[in-house]
Ligand binder design. Sequence first.
Ligand SMILES: Cc1cc2nc3c(=O)[nH]c(=O)nc-3n(C[C@H](O)[C@H](O)[C@H](O)COP(=O)(O)O)c2cc1C
Length: 365
Amino acid sequence: MYKNIFNPIKIGELTLKNKIIFAPTSMGDNQKKNIEKIINIAKGGVGLIILGDISVVETLQVHTSTLSENKFISYFKKITNEVKKYGCKISVQLFHPDYNVKYVKSLYVNQKKSRDEIRKLLKENIYSYTNELSLQEILNIKDAFVKAALRAEEAGFDMIQIHGDRLLGSFSSSIFNNRKDLYGGTVENRVKLSKEIVKMIKVQLPYMPIDYKLPIRKENPCIGKGGPSLKEVNTFVKVLDKAGVDSFHVTIANHSRIQDTIPMYNHPFLKGEGCFLDLSTEVKKYTNKIVCGLGKLSTPQFIEEALENNKADVVALSRQLIADENWVLKVKDGREKDILYCEFCNIKCTNALMNNKEFGCVLHR
Ligand SMILES: Cc1cc2nc3c(=O)[nH]c(=O)nc-3n(C[C@H](O)[C@H](O)[C@H](O)COP(=O)(O)O)c2cc1C
């Protein structure tokens, strides 16, 4: 039963005990509670956890742990040690912000702007930041990724996911990127920064599997602004594959409405279970590396069939595992009727996170 889900799979040299991944999921500021949740998800039987949104440079949130400095390595080491006790592998998701952190921070401090005003500022800053970064600043960014990757290895992570959204999504996108140098213009130029980062990490850490979170823009209807368009995916994937990416985590592009990247049950276009699997199916045409699919996945039968039909090689679940961290064990033990099925209402996860309220799930009363 469910042999596709439970057959082990290799990403590079890393073996996952099954094909269920906990998608990168930020859970707010309560680090103690977040770590507990991560450990429970590991106990619940998933093959891999991707620890979401870890910055390679300092961020606006002073209390958030990043991999921008050595002092946080011990914090992450505690998490990786715990997770590994359950035969679960763990990846970090490394990102670089798409705005000038120091500039926005100075506004924050000096002008005492509200949260909403800051959000607006961040969005406005994306264009100028992407297009005005000097070549020296780009070098510094690449260096920050490599240093963060080395720290990640020291902290015991089994894999590195490069977040192809945020700054890399802006560079990738013809909507944001109007650069006139070798990083702008053609598709090959827009993927150049990602390619260089992947290559540089591979030189330093040849055995570390590299996963690339690939956000894809859709036209008609237009969804997402960061990342390559569907028509550009062919080139993007081939370049990154050649640069050394071991797997692709394929989803819809961001930089517009969070309602599209984390779609609710009643989204007008991103309908039904597996709502991004058309994108992973497309990516599989251009690479033999592992491709991860996702989007409102929740039922074992549907996931088994998606894997059987080659829509993806592995799958990632975010909200379903927040709703029921024991999903994998229940499926394995034939206790499907006990699964708490996510309603994709976003109330206590996504919306709570956006409004700085306590993170949770409406099913946990
Ligand atoms: C509360 C919440 C936080 C998220 N945080 C991140 C994140 O830090 N990084 C990221 O790349 N995606 C993040 N996502 C997006 C998920 O990884 C995933 O792509 C999306 O939720 C769709 O999967 P699902 O339908 O299984 O929830 C988050 C999603 C949720 C619900």
